[in-house]
Design a binder for this molecule. Structure first.
Ligand SMILES: Cc1ncc(COP(=O)(O)O)c(C=O)c1O
Length: 295
């Protein structure tokens, strides 16, 4: 991936309804979204010129904002049209899309009822890992100190920027120790999710995954559950205690960016990525490809 800073690239960004040159897509330092974390975003991938589950992402973006008590001034259809325009203008077939919405500058205190809501959408190249041989070795995960917040503490199911504060700290700590990422527990010490992906385990041919009622119910997670059930694989959504990881043979994480990524280690626990993980990796990559519409 290119190391050019994200504010020094060429291209066009959709910004509040207009296409603006990439380097000019700026906001003022006195923006509520920056000071008080009133910002929500999406992370989506396009494959072969089609954004996978695009509409679901746009709907989730609007829902994330509503959970933070603001309304994005663009409908799902308008967001869909904007994303399609951004993708087309980028000239990319395979791309990562980043819509972000935030409160502007009219009020600069905790209360911000009158603030204008802004929306921007950018697309860039972010190749997925195509080398299945390396990928099948699995990544190594630390176990984070921070817990995913109790829904009474924060709008846990929103894809809100503020919820990523502890994810960035946890990921930094993990990377400092040589891990790829960190697994986060919930506030009751059940297995929850990674800093930007959901998690699945395999035991005796059955998939086990934490119930997504207290963290982001990823669209990739939902897709993988559907793909598994389509194959007759049983999927159990439940509370999972960390000690149970001793008894799981395979583990993988899912996310729009991570897709299906095998895991070899979580703290003291070891897994061997095998057939079920491979099957779902392949099924996922087949599912995201745009299908030719039958005449
Ligand atoms: C904290 C967190 N959990 C889960 C996910 C997976 O969500 P999705 O599959 O919709 O990308 C993401 C990525 O968006 C995330 O940031």
């Amino acid at each position: 991936m290119s190391m050019i800073p994200f504010d020094e690239r060429d291209g066009t960004i959709w910004f509040d309804g207009a296409m603006v040159p990439w380097r000019e897509a700026k906001i003022h330092v006195l923006s509520h979204g920056l000071h008080y974390g009133s910002s929500v975003f999406e992370g989506e991938r396009a494959y072969g010129g089609r954004i996978f589950k695009s509409r679901e992402h746009s709907e989730r973006l609007r829902r994330s904002a509503q959970l933070l008590d603001f309304e994005i001034p663009f409908s799902v259809d308008e967001i869909e049209a904007a994303k399609a325009l951004v993708l087309k203008t980028s000239g990319l077939q395979d791309a990562y899309l980043r819509p972000v919405a935030w409160r502007g500058s009219e009020m600069m205190g905790v209360a911000a009822q009158k603030n204008t809501i802004h929306l921007a959408i950018a697309a860039w190249e972010w190749p997925s890992y195509f080398d299945p041989a390396t990928k099948m070795k699995g990544i190594r995960l630390d176990i984070a100190d921070y817990r995913r917040p109790d829904p009474r503490t924060a709008p846990s199911t929103s894809k809100a920027a503020g919820l990523y504060m502890i994810c960035t700290i946890s990921k930094h700590r993990a990377e400092n120790k040589g891990y790829a990422d960190a697994l986060m527990l919930d506030w009751e010490d059940n297995v929850a999710e990674c800093t930007g992906a959901n998690v699945f385990f395999v035991k005796d041919g059955v998939l086990h995954t934490p119930q997504a009622d207290r963290f982001l119910n990823g669209l990739t997670r939902q897709t993988v559950i559907e793909l598994a059930r389509r194959r007759g694989i049983e999927v159990i959504e439940r509370r999972i205690r960390p000690e149970e990881m001793t008894g799981f043979s395979e583990c993988f994480i899912t996310g729009s960016a991570a897709e299906v990524t095998p895991v070899a280690e979580i703290g003291p626990y070891r897994f061997t990525p095998a057939a079920l993980t491979k099957t779902l990796m392949d099924d996922y990559l087949a599912e995201v490809q745009p299908r030719a519409v039958a005449a």
